[in-house]
Design a protein around this ligand. Structure first.
Ligand code: RIB
Ligand code: CA
Length: 351
């Protein structure tokens, strides 16, 4: 499985990269950075440092969009720290980002992989700006990738930055609308499932006791545990981005439902909401037009909106959260044979 990750590397993005490095069969071909939890330049530095710690110092990291398609970037220092990785003392990366912008890297790597007969999986764990820019640069991109796994949205649950909006989608709704409605296979890993994947502080202590990369992951996660205490009522945090990374590797770990979805671009209270058509009879093949019946609503989902076209996504609607979290912790403690992390150790890349 060849993956190109696009991240606003904060704490859970870092955990997602560490997860991928520990998993056999996950080949990270590149990473893009994007505004979100922190500035795009900082996110790139964070990715570089995590990758170096995982023995993946040769994976190219490209800096991406500094701001959303509309408006200004807003960072999440309160949740991820000023440096995006919990403000623990750390040396920073040895390497530098590539010269190439992230959207250009994405198009180039996707084209190469498609022509080699092994199309990429795109994994977006931050705002969708780079993916949207890549689609605008090269519409053929939709036929070159296997699927696009997006951590974002809230379908049947409340939002986490707005009443109905999730942080990654709300940070660039216009970009998310472009990505969700493009003719490619989008798998949406929303708060509906990520809020079921809760890492308890006892598990973080297990990581801390192990030393090495797991202990470093435990150290950067402390601030996330602090902040989520107010939300969850205990010292624990959701594994938003690691769950999306796991779905990129093995979609069968979640229950998927095909749903018409639009991203709300207006709305006094709802900008950035992911509106899914859950109505009985909604037909994904027609973008959510409800098949007419005597007692059925017949209003199609936003078919009249020129702003936000309907997309049809495979939405993750259920997961065995505790089983996933145990798998995640075990993998960080014991990377799989053949994983990049073990290969990196052999190559002396690990700190
Ligand atoms: O809503 C969760 C998402 O927002 C995660 O990707 C997290 O890293 C933050 O950016
Ligand atoms: Ca993220």
């Amino acid at each position: 499985m060849r993956i190109l990750a696009d991240c606003d590397t904060g704490i859970d993005d870092a955990l997602a990269l560490a997860y991928l490095a520990s998993r056999a069969g996950a080949e990270l071909v590149g990473v893009g950075s994007v505004h979100g939890n922190v500035a795009a330049e900082q996110a790139a530095d964070n990715s570089l440092e995590v990758l170096e710690r995982c023995g993946l110092g040769t994976v190219p990291v490209a800096v991406g969009a500094r701001r959303p398609l509309v408006g200004d970037a807003r960072f999440a220092e309160e949740w991820h720290g000023r440096d995006g990785l919990g403000d623990v003392a750390r040396p920073g990366p040895r390497g530098l980002p590539t010269e190439e912008p992230a959207a250009v890297q994405l198009v180039r790597r996707a084209r190469e992989a498609a022509f080699q007969g092994e199309p990429l999986t795109l994994l977006a764990t931050g705002p969708c700006t780079n993916l949207a820019l890549a689609l605008l640069l090269e519409p053929e991109l939709t036929s070159w990738v296997d699927r696009v796994v997006v951590m974002g949205g809230a379908l049947r649950v409340p939002g986490n930055v707005g009443l109905l909006s999730e942080a990654n989608i709300a940070a660039d709704p216009e970009a998310a609308a472009i990505v969700v409605s493009a003719p490619w296979r989008v798998v949406l890993v929303s708060l509906d499932v990520t809020m079921q994947a809760i890492l308890e502080h006892e598990a973080v202590e297990r990581l801390a006791r192990a030393g090495g990369l797991p202990a470093w992951c435990a150290a950067v996660t402390q601030l996330y545990l602090d902040r989520y205490q107010a939300v969850l009522g205990r010292r624990a945090c959701p594994l938003h981005d690691p769950l999306a990374a796991a779905v990129a590797c093995a979609p069968e770990i979640v229950r998927l439902e095909t749903l018409p979805v639009v991203v709300e671009l207006r709305g006094e209270w709802t900008r950035g909401a992911t509106v899914a058509d859950h109505r009985r009879g909604a037909d994904p093949a027609t973008g959510g037009h409800v098949r007419a019946g005597p007692n059925e609503a017949t209003e199609p989902l936003a078919s009249g909106s020129e702003l936000s076209p309907v997309g049809v996504v495979e939405a993750a609607v259920d997961v065995d959260g505790p089983a996933f979290v145990e798998h995640f912790v075990s993998l960080l403690l014991e990377p799989e044979a053949g994983s990049a992390r073990l290969a990196g150790e052999a190559g002396g890349e690990r700190r």
